[in-house]
Design a protein around this ligand. Structure first.
Ligand code: ADP
Ligand code: MG
Length: 262
């Protein structure tokens, strides 16, 4: 039978738009609903890694070891404190990979090959991308079924999105013809300003039904949770932040024809 895992890159080459926050909390919400989920951190900043409570000192092999030194991906997997949620960590080592990959054989497909070896164990794999469109993001897109694009609800929200869409097209053309857009997520909406509403309108008119109904507001607890090494589902399970990411999880599961297990 065909492999049923869905591999989703969370990408936008702008920094600070909510990629890592979305990766952690969407993945944790889907895991809470009974699915096996893996996060692959491919940002040298390692924010998804630290945000899920994995200490640097505990990591001897990370995604760099997989991409550059052919370490089996299964040997780098950590279980997190959330049931059914695993993580492949990134450390600052990974910052060298952008240039090291350039001279390697089959450089664009290295992450894909590594993920193929474990994909039977998961329902969803989320790749937390770096804020750039270099070799690491190309590896992520080549390994993915689709891209989830977080867009911050502020001026210039759409800036840079045409470059991102161009990169997606290039990867479709050369490495992964089935790559699609999973969805566009409006993040960090400040309900007190009119500006937010304007941006929501603009993004909806450009991406129409690709935009999730769920909009993530600016919520302090979402910003606090990573410093406790926890997803919002664990840090504040009954909070508004947990509720909105569960709403997003329900949309994503529905789009994939998956049951809501609770
Ligand atoms: P990226 O991965 O795109 O760089 P992050 O997810 O790290 O973005 O978010 C950037 C900053 O904004 C972080 O400090 C994060 O805690 C904060 N943040 C993200 N989403 C929210 C939100 N919905 N409400 C409040 N703070 C948020
Ligand atoms: Mg990030």
């Amino acid at each position: 039978m065909e492999n049923m895992v869905s591999v989703i890159s969370v990408a936008n080459q702008k920094g600070g738009v909510g990629k890592t926050t979305t990766t952690i909390n969407l993945a944790a919400s889907i895991a809470e609903r009974g699915y096996q989920v893996l996060i692959v951190d491919i940002d040298p900043q390692g924010n998804a890694t630290s945000g899920l409570g994995i200490e640097k000192s505990a990591i001897d092999q990370d995604i760099y070891s997989v991409l550059i030194n052919d370490v089996p991906l299964k040997d780098t997997i950590f279980h997190t404190s959330t049931n059914r949620l695993d993580l492949v960590p990134a450390t600052i080592n990974l910052s060298g990979a952008e240039t090291e990959l350039i001279s390697m054989m089959a450089r664009e497909t290295r992450l894909k090959s590594a993920l193929d070896s474990i994909s039977d164990n998961y329902d969803f794999i989320f790749i937390d991308c770096p804020p750039s469109l270099g070799q690491l993001s190309i590896n992520a897109f080549t390994a993915s079924d689709s891209i989830l694009i977080p867009v911050q609800s502020e001026y210039y929200a759409m800036e840079g999105l045409s470059q991102l869409l161009n990169t997606i097209r290039l990867v479709q053309k050369h490495f992964n013809k089935d790559l699609g857009v999973e969805g566009v997520l409006l993040t960090m909406l400040d309900a007190r300003t009119n500006l937010g509403a304007e941006v929501v309108k603009e993004v909806r008119s450009y991406f129409s039904d690709k935009v999730y109904k769920t909009i993530i507001p600016r919520i302090t607890k979402l910003a606090e949770a990573p410093s406790y090494g926890q997803a919002i589902t664990e840090y504040a399970p009954n909070s508004r932040g947990a509720e909105v990411y569960d709403d997003l999880a329900k949309e994503v599961l529905k789009n994939h024809g998956k049951k809501l297990k609770k």
